[in-house]
Write a protein that binds this ligand. Structure first.
Ligand SMILES: [Zn+2]
Length: 492
């Protein structure tokens, strides 16, 4: 039997007389036309002049203008000539609350980091300041065209920090996978990995917190997941307990892993092998695991990541900020590992500029390999869309513009100076990035950013709140004096 919808779709293709939609149906439809369209689908189809037809929260149809055919009357249309439409960007790693500690950690001496930078900051970071810091990061991410982000926040000491972060995420409209990060190791043999007693969760408490947060915040856009911070900062019991909590809801399970050379060395000393091998031994590499960093891997560990379907967030700018090494991106890709890109938090990057991350993901490899031919702008864009979707195990819903997938997409103004000339537009997007070119951002068909402005979050108010919260936080951690005196210039 042919129902009304099938008939409408068929009618459009064979260019029959246009049909009227009911007012109710028309409200649900939006047709974006006359734009350059990058689908990022399996064949990487791209159209010089194309359309994206949104129905509800999904992509209904996408294709070149010449195949649009007749459109039922009542469908709202937006003509986007001079614009490019592509899938929303997928950021695989960040920490949102640290939006109010941006710039604090630049070249911070280790003794300052231990005395003031780490634990006193976490002492001072309550639910409200976490919410305010998150708003800063979220405005930046969405403004850059990120429609899905993975997030991690430490929940011990102030368990309601997560409530603050998740409240900001809900308000922002972004799609997010939000990890409550737990740690419990009492091992004090390495000061960089040591966890003070007040920050150690029990596996039971951490699991109950994930369940509580899931119940309060899980929605069509938000998924709360468990994270065991790392193999050196967590006991095997904590790692396996957090993995088990993810399995009970079929959610992601995340960790920071192989993040530095010292972590690898310490892991070899404690376990006799690297951290990925240890995670395999604990049985937690799959089926829906997401690892941040994964820099220091041996060949067998790369094969393990591929075999278990583990997702990896490659965070090149953050890795460079702490001089922690350059990940083996070509080997990961050749092995077929699910690789996406991440910016990491403002305390390790410092911006949430995913365009810079795409560029650096290519440049660092060229430099490391001493091969200017490595990579491409296309590869960088693929990693930030369909690659990220695969790393987050969400490739059935996001990462490309295809009928039935979520209508997460961005509109880019291609007439910006930095994107000129147009013959090299794809190169310019990545190698001459201009986040201000992001004009509109749709999440699930909802226009969240319009002409660079967030629909609900007032930029001036967010900035004012962030300044006040940052001042309180730095004073409380004893970092205000350090910041005032760390530069060499004479300020008057
Ligand atoms: Zn991180």
């Amino acid at each position: 039997m042919i129902d009304r919808r099938t008939f409408i779709a068929g009618a459009a293709v064979i260019a029959a007389a246009p049909l009227d939609l009911t007012a109710e149906e028309a409200r649900n439809e939006l047709l974006l036309t006359d734009a350059i369209v990058l689908t990022m689908d399996e064949q990487r189809r791209a159209f010089h002049s194309g359309y994206v037809w949104i129905r509800g929260d999904r992509v209904h149809r996408v294709g070149p203008m010449r195949e649009l055919g007749e459109v039922p009357r009542g469908v709202k249309r937006r003509r986007l000539s001079g614009r490019l439409i592509m899938p929303g960007l997928v950021n695989c790693h960040t920490h949102l609350a640290s939006g109010i500690t941006r710039g604090v950690y630049d070249e911070m001496p280790l003794e300052v980091w231990f005395a003031k930078g780490m634990w006193p900051v976490l002492d001072a970071f309550d639910a409200r300041s976490s919410e305010i810091g998150s708003e800063v990061s979220l405005l930046e991410l969405l403004g850059n065209g990120v429609t899905t982000t993975a997030v991690g926040e430490i929940g011990s000491r102030h368990p309601d920090r997560l409530d603050g972060v998740l409240t900001a995420i809900e308000r922002s409209g972004i799609r997010a996978v939000v990890a409550r990060m737990a740690m419990d190791s009492a091992d004090d043999s390495n000061p960089a990995q040591f966890i003070p007693e007040g920050y150690r969760d029990t596996p039971q408490f951490a699991a109950d917190e994930v369940r509580r947060l899931r119940k309060r915040f899980n929605s069509e856009r938000i998924s709360v997941i468990p994270e065991a911070l790392g193999v050196l900062r967590c006991t095997p019991e904590m790692i396996q307990a957090m993995h088990a909590v993810s399995r009970e809801a079929d959610s992601l399970f995340s960790m920071h892993a192989a993040s530095s050379q010292s972590e690898r060395d310490e892991s070899r000393r404690r376990f006799g092998h690297g951290s990925i091998t240890e995670l395999e031994r604990l049985g937690v590499l799959g089926p829906k695991t997401l690892l941040a960093h994964a820099i220091w891997l041996d060949d067998e560990e790369i094969q393990l990541l591929a075999a278990r379907g583990t997702g990896v967030s490659h965070n090149p700018v953050s890795n460079a900020y702490y001089a922690s090494g350059i990940a083996r991106l070509p080997e990961l890709l050749t092995a077929g590992v699910r690789v996406g890109l991440g910016v990491d938090g403002a305390s390790t990057n410092n911006g949430q500029n995913v365009w810079e991350t795409m560029k650096m993901a290519m440049l660092f490899q060229k430099q490391k390999l001493e091969n200017a031919n490595f990579g491409s702008a296309e590869l960088a864009l693929e990693l930030m869309t369909r690659g990220g979707a695969a790393a987050l195990h969400m490739e059935d819903r996001i990462g490309s513009l295809e009928p039935g997938k979520l209508a997460d997409l961005i509109v880019i103004d291609t007439e910006r100076v930095a994107l000129t000339p147009s013959q090299t537009l794809i190169s310019n997007l990545v190698y001459s990035p201009d986040p201000c070119a992001i004009q509109d951002v749709y999440v699930g068909g909802e226009l969240v950013i319009e002409n660079g402005q967030h629909a609900r979050l007032d930029r001036a108010a967010v900035v004012a709140r962030a300044r006040a919260a940052s001042e309180r936080l730095l004073k409380s951690a004893g970092l205000d004096e350090y910041l005032r005196t760390r530069g060499r210039w004479r300020w008057e």
